[in-house]
Design a protein around this ligand. Structure first.
Ligand code: PGA
Length: 249
């Protein structure tokens, strides 16, 4: 069975609650689609008003992070149950910005992935190499490690429901999209890694996105690749262009 495409916007630290609602109202008609899953991953404080604003539309709400404990003395953190209660269906985990600025590791990402799955939230687990790693020729080794550790103790049935986002760090927010060949090559490598860890059926089911300066012009070719099942979109997710990315065909 063909995998359904999934296009997710990663709003990062942008939009106040009232600005968020205004953006949802603007994008709502533009992102309508029967064929593609559409997700808006928004700042924690925007989740509740955005969940209200997307009611009755095809837009699902995602969070940009989550903590791996159930509750308790973790000042400033947000639990999986809080996200579920607020209507969240997806959560971005292990984004390179969280790894770089907030000391996330493959191990903490793994704990979060397991917790999200336990609560029925679909993880969008991010991986991707730096420019230095690409130049040193260790891209696939590095990403295989991120993927394998991130998926530790995740069952095949759980893995099948997940989304993995391949985001080369050098392509994020830089305007430098990976070439279609580079993106497809790594996404195929990730799928092969899933087949090794689990089996072919799991590798066939899991959805793999490309992210990194995706825009309306680059999306059609990227999303047409055999192993690219959509995109994780930053900058362009805050503009009407996001509608063109969703409706890339
Ligand atoms: P970008 O961000 O599309 O602005 O490069 C992508 C991301 O970081 O998820």
């Amino acid at each position: 069975m063909a995998r359904r495409k999934i296009v997710a916007g990663n709003w990062k630290m942008n939009k106040t609650p009232s600005e968020a609602v205004a953006l949802v109202e603007e994008l709502k008609p533009l992102v309508a689609s029967e064929d593609v899953d559409v997700v808006f991953c928004v700042p924690a404080i925007d989740i509740i008003p955005v969940a209200e604003a997307v009611k009755g539309t095809n837009i699902a709400v995602g969070a940009e992070n989550m903590y791996f404990e159930e509750k308790g003395a973790y000042t400033g953190e947000i639990s999986p149950a809080m996200l579920v209660d607020a209507g969240v269906k997806y959560v971005v985990l292990g984004h390179s910005e969280r790894r770089e600025y907030f000391a996330e590791t493959n191990e903490t990402v793994n704990k979060k992935v397991l917790k999200a799955l336990e609560h029925g939230i679909t993880p969008i687990m991010c991986c991707g190499e730096s420019l230095e790693q690409r130049e040193q020729g260790v891209t696939m080794d590095f990403i295989r490690q991120q993927v394998k550790v991130g998926l530790q103790n995740v069952t095949a049935d759980q893995a099948k429901t997940m989304v993995i986002a391949y985001e080369p760090i050098w392509a994020i927010g830089t305007g430098k999209t990976a070439t279609t060949e580079q993106a497809q090559e790594v996404c195929a490598g990730i799928r092969a890694c899933i087949a090794e860890v689990y089996d072919d059926a799991t590798a066939e089911a899991i959805r793999i996105q490309y992210g990194g300066s995706v825009n309306a012009a680059t999306a059609p070719e990227l999303f047409a690749q055999a192993d690219i099942d959509g995109g994780l979109v930053g900058g362009a997710a805050l503009k009407p262009d996001f509608g063109k990315i969703v409706n890339y065909k």
